[in-house]
Design a protein around this ligand. Structure first.
Ligand code: ABU
Length: 552
């Protein structure tokens, strides 16, 4: 396509301008007096008629003295690219992904090169690069993207992210983030209320993802029981043991490694066949640890496991923690969103007894990545545990209430503003709107489950109705259907999902993930967190898997 309209109409079509091609005109540049190509004048383009970005460079934009109109034109052109991306994201006739292998992307594709130049490139090239970056990426908001726990493209959330980027500030002090710091306070309180802590009291912080939130929980728990570890390290602590289920997220073990506790000191508690922690096994693991000389201090319960979407029995786990005086963390990274649904919140009964909670609004609530909170029941611990009072940043003699300089609670210094998009979405939907969105996702999961239950070419991994929006299943091509159950069939089955997934990525029309689990051969995991997904998309998924896999 050789016309500049490609930028405005298609997002998905490759524009042939850019590197090494003739300059293009930008007719919809709002400040352009005409759509004619402009000349360069002493190296400076004429901003009044500036629509030809092939002769304009980054240096010509603001803060250049004459850069205002060019900046507006450039950003308007970019907005058009972004709008085209948003539009095609929801267009079911477009692909979810346009897959290329790493070496193909590295070699460069049709004017899109990852290599960095010594000399500046013009704005037209940058616009092409922006568009191609989206083109060769994955449309995670596409209604047929079922690959990850985080999906969807919430338009208000996106607006929030754009505003956040324009503000370009840092969350460490009230001084430079007055509004965002207060929004964080409001959101954390609201989330703690939903957890069920009296009057939403407690503490917390937004941080980069569920793994970091979980790491915070272990860090603060260790500080709570062994405060000297902050200054003296693990040498002053006994051999600590922590407990988490075999289906829990790997970040618990990772955090134990990072914090110097050691991955071998994480006891993996057994789960039942639905993936829920067995409370009696937690009890016996604690007893075993104590007999072996460990000092138990922390239990992680999961509300919405990554693969099965299972909810651990929180009341029973809370009883055990209370009896042994252990820190009870609930990893509700995936399941936290259910707290906003009247229909489903009961599945997290007992979370109100937790000492800390991880909750990722960027998963089930559909907030643009990233948006994850660690919530703590006890106020002040987070600050005590992490603060170092760097005087160059957290000056004690500022003229405002310095308790709003929340940055010293964090293990980071610089911290991205993750709160505004959530705050804006909450305004747009209200808690009720989030609740309906969650209900919709779980209805889709039930619809898929019911469909698969009736078919002989699919087999469900868990035979009971899903509690969350995860549906795990095998596709059984005709060549496998007649095989007797056993290791031979399992090893054939193990190859099916990766083969279908490979064909699916080349095909590009939908995307779903797979994994093995324990002894189970590779199976598909379908997760619903995108409110744009409909029942027809679920049907499309089933048909797509059959289409790609029936000859295997
Ligand atoms: N905590 C990230 C989970 C990624 C996924 O399973 O989609």
């Amino acid at each position: 396509m050789d016309t500049p309209e490609a930028f405005f109409d298609g997002g998905n079509e490759m524009m042939s301008g850019g590197r090494g091609k003739s300059a293009l005109i930008w007719p919809q540049c709002p400040l352009a007096g005409s759509s004619q190509k402009v000349r360069e004048d002493n190296g400076k383009p004429d901003s009044r008629r500036a629509t030809d970005f092939s002769v304009i460079y980054g240096k010509d934009l603001l803060p250049d003295r004459d850069g205002e109109e060019l900046t507006q034109g450039f950003l308007q052109a970019l907005v058009n690219i972004l709008l085209a991306h948003v539009k095609t994201t929801f267009d079911r006739s477009t692909k979810v992904l346009d897959f290329h292998h790493p070496h193909q992307l590295k070699e460069g594709l049709e004017g899109f090169s990852l290599e960095l130049p010594e000399h500046p490139e013009n704005l037209e090239q940058l616009l092409v690069d922006c568009r191609d970056t989206l083109k060769y990426g994955v449309k995670t908001g596409h209604p047929r993207y079922f690959n990850q726990l985080s999906s969807g493209l919430d338009v208000v959330g996106l607006a929030g992210e754009w505003v956040t980027s324009a503000a370009n500030t840092n969350m460490f002090t009230f001084e430079i983030s007055p509004v965002f710091i207060l929004m964080e306070e409001v959101l954390l309180k609201k989330m703690r209320e939903k957890v069920g802590w009296a009057h939403g009291e407690g503490d917390g912080i937004f941080c980069p993802g569920g793994s970091m939130s979980n790491l915070y929980s272990i860090l603060v728990a260790r500080y709570r029981y062994f405060p000297k570890t902050k200054t003296q390290g693990m040498a002053c602590a006994p051999r600590l043991a922590l407990f988490t289920s075999e289906h829990s997220h790997y970040s618990i073990r990772k955090a134990a490694g990072v914090l110097g506790i050691g991955t071998e000191n994480v006891f993996l508690v057994k789960c039942d066949k639905r993936g829920k922690m067995i409370v009696s096994d937690l009890e016996s693991s604690i007893a075993r640890a104590m007999t072996g000389g460990w000092v138990p201090f922390y239990v992680n319960a999961t509300a919405g496991t990554t693969v099965y979407g299972a909810f651990d029995p929180l009341p029973g786990i809370a009883d055990v923690c209370e009896r042994h005086g252990l820190w009870m963390h609930v990893d509700a990274a995936w399941g936290g969103g259910l707290l906003l649904s009247r229909r489903h919140a009961g599945k997290l009964r007992g979370i109100e007894r937790a000492t800390s909670v991880t909750w990722n609004p960027h998963k089930l609530m559909g907030v643009p990545l990233q948006c994850s909170a660690i919530l703590l029941r006890q106020k002040g611990l987070l600050q005590e545990c992490n603060q170092l009072c760097a005087e160059y940043l957290f000056q004690p003699d500022k003229h405002y209430d310095i308790t709003y300089d929340t940055g010293d609670k964090s293990i980071q210094c610089g911290r991205h503003v993750d709160v505004f998009k959530l705050w804006l979405m909450w305004k747009a939907k209200g808690s009720e709107g989030f609740g309906s969105q969650v209900n919709w996702c779980l209805e889709n999961a039930e619809y898929l489950f019911n469909k698969l239950e009736k078919r002989t070419d699919f087999e469900l991994v868990c035979k009971t109705k899903p509690e969350h929006s995860n549906v795990c299943f095998w596709y059984l091509p005709p060549s496998i259907r007649t095989m007797a159950r056993g290791p031979q069939r399992d090893s054939r089955l193990h190859e099916i999902a990766p083969k279908i997934k490979a064909a699916m990525m080349e095909d590009g029309m939908l995307l779903i993930g797979y994994q093995p689990l324990g002894e189970k051969p590779n199976f598909f995991r379908c997760v619903f967190s995108n409110p744009a997904t409909s029942k027809e998309d679920v049907d499309f998924l089933i048909d797509g898997i059959v289409r790609l896999g029936c000859a295997l």
